[in-house]
Design a protein. Sequence first.
Length: 232
Amino acid sequence: MNYLRKNSNEFQSGYTGCYLKPATCPHCGTGTDAVSTAREIFAYSGSSNLLLSAAKCTSCHRTFFFANLRESGNSDAEVVCMYPDKNIVYENDTLKKVSPRFIRMYNQALYAEKNGDTELAAIGYCTALTTLIKDYAIGVLGKPAEEVASRNLYQVIGDYLLQKELINTPDLIRILGDDYVHYNDRYPTRDLVILKGYMEIFLKQIEMQLLIRSADDVTLKSDIDRVEMKEG
């Protein structure tokens, strides 16, 4: 699980240090800086306190709960429990028809993120997205496999999703720089949240195009059936 560092004075004025806030919704698996809806402080033992929070996911809008143990001093208050605490499995029947590999790879990235392996998760999400767009380009758009295979993530987003302006935004240039992970620095959790936010945009775009094509195919088949009935 990845976390965001937040100021402990959100709970009580005068608190120093930070507390860790889950950066992934346990309901839908989306990276999020969830909106806090309730906070409480309970005495635990000695000078230690439990910081209890309820937060609403910015994607699925469901509420989850987590607790931090705040010790004396300025050390970060670690998460000691969260509800619901479950393995997230990503499913999407529309995208699975185009790229079963994408579903498998995306779930592997989710598992890495849940275990706190931020770098592996970032690489996994980017590789999964690249695979999906390439399978979409070949299987749906009819692009030659030899043309598609050599392209990187930036190129396939620009060429096959027609998002050249979006991929030139500072966020994506920074986040996807150096092959997704900066050599000298740990991949920031905040960047992973932003990356997953952009991924949602691209996944929704592909899903929308697939649904439009499916609707067009149904309409075309109905028109053909009506013509055949008249001729018959």
